[in-house]
Design a protein around this ligand. Sequence first.
Ligand code: PGA
Length: 256
Amino acid sequence: MNKDRKLLIAGNWKMNKTASEGAALVQGLYLELAGTKQLEIDIVVCPPFTALSEVSKVLVDPKIRLGAQNMSEHNYGAYTGEIAAGMLREFGVRYVILGHSERRQYFHETDEIISRKAIAAHAAAIKPIVCVGELLAEREGGLTEQVVGKQLRGSLAGLSKEQMAETTIAYEPVWAIGTGKTATAQQAQDTHAFIRRLLVELFDDTVARRVRIQYGGSVKPANAKELMSLPDVDGALVGGASLEVRNFSDIVKNSI
Ligand code: PGA
């Protein structure tokens, strides 16, 4: 792999796994990934909030890092049911998924909210993974770049160049999430290259070359190698296949 960006493979467990199930999954991953060097790839698991504590206790080797699936844009206060970045840091959370399409769709998160969350994450030294992606009708209507471009301009607004360089973008076509349909290599590469060009415009060339752009949407062991070898694909955000030791570890192994 001759990319200057290190691959970042993250497992988004969504609303799956109790604390004890999550800890067992991570222990299984360590066994399967014993031969992988930390220098080769960044691996992140993103359990539900309720499993962060137990999972953090078994993350003894920095080969696997901890991520969260969401956080509040606020630092503290009267926001019933919300969780702040500082609370996540206490468990050693290093990454946070922001603006996943399920959050946008079911919880009405807007680009403006996502940008405020990204700024709050950086303030707490947590690296955001900002998700973008088009619906099927939008792709079929030839609107992919317009939609993804608008999401990025809004969600990344207010980030400094230094913060952007430490931010990951996950391109997840909504029609590929949990459906078994993956974007073709050409579709993924074209959109990733578009995203990188936009980063040059919004930030600069140096930032654009540093930012990791993950692909997400039905990534599995069988398609990981091809997707990860694309010039502008720098990792994967994996949902369903991250819930099983064998599937997730095979995705990691096939990507190196
Ligand atoms: P999937 O989910 O891998 O199950 O398609 C990806 C995601 O939602 O991040």
